[in-house]
Write a protein that binds this ligand. Structure first.
Ligand SMILES: *Cc1c(COP(=O)(O)O)cnc(C)c1O
Length: 436
C-alpha cells in the first residue's frame, strides 16, 4: 500500500473517540491526554510503524494502561539515604497521611473557632521550634536555596557578604551557591583559602559596605589535612563588634545533635553559638518534604517573613502538613535508615540470600548529598552479578542497587523492612531475567 492509500484508511479521530474503551477513558483521563494517545497512534500508522488495522487496538490498549503520573516508586537499595535522584527523603506514613488529608479544602489560613483568617503554617513552625528550642521563631519556604535567597535579599540587600573560600560550594547539577548569592544583587567578599580561613581573614574584610557574615556547611565534600575554619561562636564575636547579622547555612537539616553523626552541625547548636538565622532543607536529614527552614531570632525571622520575596517563595499546604507530621509523629524513614542496627541489616541480608542466592558482604551506607560527606555507616549488602542491576531497575517494583567494582550490591538500609518480601520477589525475577 502506498503512503497516500495508507493515510486514507487510518481511522479518523472522531471514529476513535467513539470507541467504547475511549469513551470510558475520557471519564478518567483529561481531553489532551486522550487526544495525544490518539494522534500518536495515527502518526505511527502514517509513518508505517503501526499497521492501519491495529490503530484502534493500540489506542484502546494505551488508554487502558495510561497511568496518571509518570513517577515510578523505587526501592532504594543503594545504601545512600538522602538520594538526590530518588527525591531525597521518603515521607513517613504519618506525613503521607497528612498530605492526603491536606489535599482537599483545609483550614490552612482559617481559624475555625472564630471564622476569621488564621496564621498560615503556625503549627509547622511551632513543631520546628519544639525540635530546635534555641530558635525563637521559624519560617518555612519552598526549599533551602529559596531560604538563602530570602535571607540574603532581606538582610544584606546590595551590600557585601563575607564568606570563606572553603565554603563556596556547588550543591549538585551545576547549582552553585555563589551564583545564587550573586543574583540577589549582593556582592561576595571571599576570604581565606580553600583549606584554611582564620578569624583575621573575616575581620580584615569587614568594611562599611559589609552586610553580613555567612557560614556555609560544606554538605557534600570535606577538606582533609591542613585545614582551619572559624566556628560560629568566633564569628558571633566579630559580628557583634561590627553590628552585622550572622547567617549560617547548614543545608543538611539536623535540628539537634545526632549521636550517629557526631561531626554534623545542627541548627540548635549553631543558634546557641550565636547565629542570627540558620538555614536548612526539610528533605535532607530532617526526613520531611522539600522545604527551606529558617530558624532564629524572632526579630530577624519577622523581617524575613515581611519581605515581599517571602510571598514568592512561600510553601504550599501539602508541604506544611507533611512537615508538621514529620516533626510530631514517628521517626521518618531517613532517621530509621540512619540509625539502622548493622546486626539487623546482616540478618535481613542473610534472609535475602537464603531465598534468592548471592553473597552477604560488608557494605557501608552513606548519608548522601544531604550531609556528613565521607562518613561511612557500617552495614551489609547482598552481592549479585553486575548484570542484575538493569533488570532490577526495570522490574516491578523498580529496585535501584549500587554497581561497584563489577558487582551489583543490594543494600537493605534504606529499604523498609516491611518491603523485604517485595524486594526478594524483585531480586528473584531480576536474576531469572539476567540468566536469560
Ligand atoms: C542542599 C543545600 C542547599 C540547597 O537546599 P535545597 O533545599 O536543595 O534548595 C543550600 N545550602 C547547603 C549548604 C546545602 O547543603
Amino acid at each position: 500500500m502506498g503512503n497516500d492509500d495508507r493515510r486514507r484508511t487510518i481511522p479518523r479521530t472522531d471514529a476513535l473517540l467513539a470507541l467504547p474503551a475511549v469513551v470510558e477513558a475520557r471519564a478518567r483521563l483529561s481531553e489532551p491526554t486522550v487526544r495525544a494517545v490518539i494522534s500518536s497512534a495515527q502518526q505511527a500508522a502514517r509513518d508505517g510503524a503501526l499497521p492501519v488495522e491495529q490503530v484502534a487496538d493500540q489506542v484502546e490498549r494505551s488508554l487502558r494502561d495510561r497511568a496518571t503520573t509518570s513517577l515510578t516508586p523505587v526501592l532504594n537499595a543503594t545504601g545512600v539515604i538522602v538520594h538526590t535522584n530518588l527525591g531525597r527523603a521518603p515521607l513517613s506514613d504519618a506525613a503521607m497521611a497528612a498530605v492526603q488529608s491536606a489535599a482537599g479544602y483545609v483550614d490552612v489560613e482559617l481559624d475555625l473557632t472564630t471564622g476569621r483568617r488564621g496564621p498560615r503554617g503556625a503549627a509547622a513552625r511551632e513543631a520546628l521550634i519544639r525540635a530546635c528550642p534555641a530558635a525563637e521563631a521559624a519560617l518555612v519556604v519552598n526549599n533551602g536555596a529559596a531560604a538563602l535567597l530570602l535571607a540574603i535579599t532581606a538582610l544584606v540587600g546590595t551590600a557585601e557578604i563575607v564568606v570563606s573560600r572553603g565554603e563556596l560550594i556547588e550543591i549538585g547539577a551545576g547549582f552553585r551557591l555563589p551564583d545564587l548569592m550573586a543574583v540577589t544583587g549582593a556582592t561576595l567578599r571571599e576570604v581565606g583559602t580553600t583549606n584554611r580561613t582564620h578569624a583575621d581573614d573575616y575581620a580584615q574584610a569587614i568594611i562599611e559596605r559589609t552586610g553580613c557574615l555567612l557560614k556555609v556547611h560544606t554538605s557534600n565534600y570535606s577538606v582533609q589535612g591542613f585545614t582551619a575554619e572559624v566556628d560560629v561562636a568566633a564569628l558571633r564575636t566579630l559580628a557583634d563588634e561590627h553590628h552585622l547579622p550572622l547567617i549560617v547555612d547548614l543545608g543538611s537539616g539536623l535540628l539537634a545533635p545526632d549521636p550517629a553523626l557526631p561531626d554534623e552541625p545542627d541548627a540548635d547548636t549553631a543558634l546557641r553559638a550565636g547565629a542570627d538565622v540558620v538555614i536548612a532543607s526539610g528533605d535532607k536529614l530532617l526526613g520531611g518534604p522539600q522545604a527551606g527552614l529558617l530558624l532564629g531570632k524572632a526579630e530577624v525571622i519577622e523581617r524575613l517573613a515581611l519581605h515581599p520575596l517571602a510571598r514568592a517563595v512561600r510553601t504550599d499546604k501539602l508541604t506544611l502538613a507533611a512537615l508538621e507530621a514529620t516533626l510530631t509523629a514517628e521517626p521518618p524513614p531517613v532517621s530509621v535508615a540512619l540509625h539502622a542496627d548493622p546486626d539487623r541489616l546482616r540478618v535481613r541480608a542473610e534472609a535475602l540470600v537464603a531465598r534468592v542466592g548471592g553473597t552477604v558482604v560488608a557494605h557501608d551506607g552513606r548519608v548522601g548529598g544531604g550531609g556528613a560527606p565521607g562518613v561511612p555507616l557500617p552495614g551489609w549488602a547482598v552481592a549479585l552479578p553486575a548484570q542484575s542491576a538493569e533488570p532490577l531497575r526495570l522490574g516491578t517494583p523498580a529496585v535501584l542497587a549500587r554497581v561497584h567494582n563489577g558487582v551489583c550490591l543490594v543494600d537493605l538500609r534504606c529499604v523498609p523492612e516491611a518491603d523485604d518480601e517485595r524486594l526478594a520477589g524483585a531480586v528473584a525475577a531480576a536474576l531469572r531475567s539476567a540468566d536469560d
